[in-house]
Design a protein around this ligand. Structure first.
Ligand code: FES
Length: 144
């Protein structure tokens, strides 16, 4: 049912934890399953994501997608991080079962929420970044 990459990231998730005094932090939930994701970003003066950590009360697919998402955004600039969509993360994991696709939205939205927080703290506007939903059910209703 799950690809080897999903199992690897589920069993050995990368970048789990917290960042003290993060540049941005975002939390999103999925009201339907009750799962929650929090993402921390450390962004340097050049706008490069130096470090990223996540914590979750989430299912295995949410853990695996968040782990892969952190790997994909680390070392990238903000615009490149915005390109790390849930579809890009799923591709990098060799796919997810259809019933688990919504879980991958938690990681994408949590990154967006952390970037939003970073932008607000610094009084900047990040082109292409929409205000993230606190509950991804709103997003799922729009897109699926
Ligand atoms: Fe809730 Fe996967 S079942 S995020």
């Amino acid at each position: 049912m799950y690809s080897e990459k999903v199992m690897d990231h589920f069993n050995n998730p990368r970048n789990v934890g917290e960042i003290a005094n993060p540049s941005g932090v975002g939390t999103v939930g999925n009201a339907k399953c009750g799962d929650i994701m929090r993402m921390y970003l450390e962004i340097d003066d050049d706008g490069i994501i130096k470090d990223v950590k996540f914590k979750t009360f989430g299912c295995g697919a949410a853990v695996a997608t968040s782990s892969m998402a952190t790997e994909l955004v680390k070392g990238k600039n903000i615009q490149q991080a915005l390109e790390v969509t849930n579809k890009a993360v799923m591709d990098a994991l060799d796919g997810l079962p259809p019933v688990k696709v919504h879980c991958s939205l938690l990681a994408e939205e949590a990154i967006h929420a952390a970037l939003w927080d970073y932008a607000e703290k610094n009084g900047i506007v990040i082109e292409g970044l929409e205000k993230p939903a606190a509950d991804i059910e709103e997003k799922i209703a729009e897109e699926y």
